[in-house]
Structure formats: C-alpha cells, structure tokens
Design a protein around this ligand. Sequence first.
Ligand SMILES: [Zn+2]
Length: 420
Amino acid sequence: MRFLIVFFVLISNVLIAQNITYLRPERVFDGEKILEKYGVLIKENKIELIDSQSIIDKNITKDAKIVELKNCTLLPGLIEGHTHLFLHPYNETPWDDQVLKEARSYRTARAVVHAEKTLKAGFTTARDLGTEGAEFDDVGLKKAIDDGLILGPKLLIATKALIATGSYAPKNFSPDIKVPQGAEEADGHDDLIKKVRNQIGRGADVIKIYADYRWGLRGEAAPTFSIEEIKLIVETAKSAGRPTVAHASTAEGMRRAILGGVETIEHGDNGTPEIWKLMVENNVCLCPTLAAGDAISQYRGWKKGFEQEPERITKKRLSFKQATEAGVKICFGGDVGVFAHGDNARELEMLVDYGMQPIDALKTATSINADAFHINNEVGRLKKGLLADLLIVEGNPAQTISDIRNVKKVYKNGILVELK
Ligand SMILES: [Zn+2]
C-alpha cells in the first residue's frame, strides 16, 4: 500500500507539470526489450516517464499533449556507429576521386545533405570515423548541427584519423610526387603523441587508427602500426578522455589493436578463434560493417539475388557467425558513405540476414552502441532523465526488421524533426 501511495504521488507530480507530451504507441522498445501498450512522457528535452498506458491514462492531466501512434513502435533514436558524412557512394564517384578531385567546399555541401538524411532516417546520434581527406571539416559540421543551423544527428567525430606513413591511399602514383592522403600520417613516439594531441585539440571526440591496410607485397592487407605505437596512441588519447578505435581486417592487425587497447574494431573480416577470444577477454566490440562489404561487392559487378554470393561475402558471413558465437559484443555501424546516407538501416537488415534476431539487432543500434561509445548517460535507452531522442516507426521492427524504415516521427532533444 505504501508503495502505491508513493507511486501515485510521484506520478501526479510528474503529470501536473506543464509542457508534457504523452506518446502513445502500440509498443515501445526501450533499448533492451519490447513493452506492449507502454507510453512515454517527454518534457522539454528529456524523457520524463516510461510506463504502461493503463497507468499513465489514469493520471494524465488535461493540459498534456497526447500523441496517438496507432500500429507504431517507439524506440530510442538510433545510433549510427560508423559513418563518413564526407563520403558518398563509390559507384557514384570512386573514393580516390572524392579525395583528390572534389573541392572541400563541395564535400561539405554534400555532408550537410548527408547529415540531414541520417537524422531523418531516425539516427539521432552518429559516430563519424574520419573525414577521408576533408581535414577538420567535421568539426564545423558538428558545430553547425549543434547550433541548429542545419539538421543532423549529434556527432562523435574522429577528424582526420591516423595512418602509418606509406600505408594508406590514394596510392599507385609516381613515387616522385607527394599525393594527399585520406588520413593523417604519423609514426614513432614523438610524432604520434603530437598528432593525437593535435587532433584532440582541434575537436576529435575519438581517435581512429588504421591498424592494417592494403599495402602488403601483393597489395593484400597487412599490419601497419606496431603494438608499441598503438599503446602510445591509446594512452595519449585516454589521458584526454578519448577512446581509440581501429580499422582492422587482418588477424595480426586486430591482435595488435586489441593488445594496444582500442575499444572497437571496425570491419574485422579475418578474425580467428584466438582473436575472438582476445576480443571477449579485453572487452573489445566488433563493428562488422556488413553493409559496406555487400555494397562494394555489388559495385564490382555482383548481381545480388541473381548470382551466387562472392567468396568475400560467404567468408564474411562465416566470420560474423563465429564472432557472435564466441561471445564478441557486436556494435552497430555500416560504414555509411560507401553506400548512401539515409540508408543506414541497411546494416540492421544485414545483421538479421546474417543470423541475428531482429531485437538483438535493435539493441546494437541503441543500448549497446550507447554503452560502447560512453554516451549511455544521455542516449540509447528509454529511461527517465535521458534525452528525448526518439524514433517512431509504423509496424514492429522487433519482428520485421525492415519496419525500421517506416519512419513516422523523429524527436531530437525533445523537438519534433520536420520530415518533409
Ligand atoms: Zn569507414
């Protein structure tokens, strides 16, 4: 009885307060589970309450704004874990040409459009893992979004990202000329420390390194930085409160990145049982970027649905399965930019296609990413006190994952985004 009274007092305090919006969907996904006939109250920029509709209905005051959302599912705003807002699909313009031939002003203009498309697809937060030659232009893009000048998700940005000298791209030019690179070259003790600090000083929220790249003797992927170099990068970034994440697709590149202390591995195509075990033991998440590999194979001529899967795809399916079975935590990120911005849901569909349950896929793009990116005190779940970043879709994506594309409403910081 005492509980009931306390509960009622709490509820009425909440509901008497003004400027409450009551969202009344068919069900909510709170970041971890589905709750049928639940509702969410938002006040200003925060979530005020999540509870069953039968309780809220009895206590709601007349001045509350009630939003009926028939046949809809309400979720936390999604978190894209791997995007490049300064890139656009490689079948439109090859990556080399984007880096070398497109003006930065043009790339920024595109990035503005990409940011809006990302938000309108229901992604209220995004981790941008490198401008790929567009210098520190993500810093200004992020500020323009935060200042409300343009529409876009909240950004966690990596700025230029770090590569070992000679390893990255564009490549295969005459050795006599110096070709601008898609990320910043740095090596050895003093240089690495200085460049990590410089990226942080200019606005990087996260340090991204390329732990391997296609610079092997026959053009195959091979490791770049030594473990000592990676440890130094991680330590330097960590002392300023920044996590380090690594592009890695070879087993040795992954091993060095894990032992060096990175928090997420991007791609991870050629992990082995030993590597998956090492990831579990060191609590490193895998961001598998399934959609990027799928897109690139199609750009190279694979007629998906009509032709047999290329070997690369079959191997990726297998390694993804092995990683999940080994207990590696999967975070969500498609490497958007390789394919179209706004089509971020493609990675969710592919996670399911590769064997994940739809509800587990939804978790990766909400609570798991929020935890992995250290932003769970603000976003990623429907919980009192978190920011009212919300996505409302028609249907039930926990059953049919592609329903996540049926975007009806998006709220960012409690404000309804104009979707037209
Ligand atoms: Zn990427």
